[in-house]
Design a binder for this molecule. Structure first.
Ligand code: 13P
Length: 288
């Protein structure tokens, strides 16, 4: 199978009450480790790339070629979409050209009318090529005295307006935060999620900042329209922890321990193990 648009897998997850995991990839090892994990879990999945990671890996075309070639070389059979994460207007267009099968246009920092105008244009362009689109609606942040204890909350009316543009899935803040959650995090705001879910009339929702949200909260969110959960930080932490343990045990001093194929293996294996765990936790395992 070739790389696919994310629409069908996310729609199926929405109907079946589970979530498609969207794993951020940062390099070759990350990509191989995530592909190995989703194949072992027999899970459909999204591999997503931020613009910064795309630049780091040698540009969007390099990323698209690498993911396609690894998909084929590793004999992957589960459905995989290659998605741009938090794309700018220019970045979204560049990824459509580069062969991505899904893109996010994040216009949440524009004023609402401009977000709508640009989202509409990107949706039309992507859909003309069979590429799925995620857009984001901005929200009120939960920072007080410089301390963030709650994430942004999106306005249900704005969510409804963007859903009606024909976007395939919608990112809307419900108290979620990227990165490690602060100890005093207030948790997901299910009242707001309920209002947003009612307003978007069956449009699948995306939960950003998926790392570290207790699984019970993710499960509850899935019953209320969330069908894609983004994971980046958790894979980075696993990679760093395993690599550090390898070095602290002095293994890099043994034989050819400095060989990147050896040095990066514990971290890569840790990513694969975490990917399998999350596919099971989100209910996407065995849904390929
Ligand atoms: P985390 O890094 O918190 O997992 O968030 C990832 C994400 O939402 C990418 O858009």
């Amino acid at each position: 199978m070739a790389l696919v648009s994310a629409k069908e897998m996310v729609d199926k997850a929405h109907e079946g009450h589970y979530a498609i995991p969207a794993f951020n990839i940062n390099d070759l090892e990350w990509t191989k480790s995530v592909l190995a994990g989703i194949q072992q879990a027999n899970s459909p999945a999204i591999l997503q790339v931020s613009e910064g990671a795309g630049k780091y890996m040698g540009g969007f075309k390099t990323v698209a070629d690498m993911v396609r070639d690894l998909y084929e070389h590793m004999g992957i059979t589960v459905p995989v979409a290659l998605h741009l994460d938090h794309g700018t207007y220019e970045g979204a267009k560049a990824c459509i050209e580069a062969g991505f099968t899904s893109i996010m246009f994040d216009g949440s920092h524009f004023d609402f009318d401009e977000n709508v105008t640009k989202s509409k244009e990107i949706i039309a362009l992507a859909h003309s090529k069979g590429i799925s689109v995620e857009c984001e609606v901005g929200g009120i942040g939960g920072t007080e005295d410089g301390v963030t204890s709650a994430g942004e909350l999106a306005d249900p009316k704005e969510c409804k307006a963007v859903a009606e543009l024909g976007v395939d899935f919608l990112a809307a803040g419900i108290g979620n935060i990227h990165g490690v959650y602060p100890a005093n995090w207030a948790g997901l705001n299910f009242d707001r999620l309920d209002e947003i879910n009612a307003a978007v009339n069956g449009k699948p929702l995306v939960l950003h900042g998926g790392s570290g949200i207790p699984f019970e909260q993710v499960h509850k969110a899935v019953t209320m329209g969330v069908s894609k959960v983004n994971i980046n930080t958790e894979l980075q932490l696993e990679f760093a922890k395993a690599t550090r343990a390898y070095i602290e045990a002095g293994k890099d001093q043994e034989g050819k321990g400095y060989d990147p194929r050896k040095l990066l293996k514990p971290g890569s294996d840790a990513i694969t193990a975490k990917v399998i765990e999350l596919c099971k936790a989100f209910g996407s395992a065995d849904k390929a």
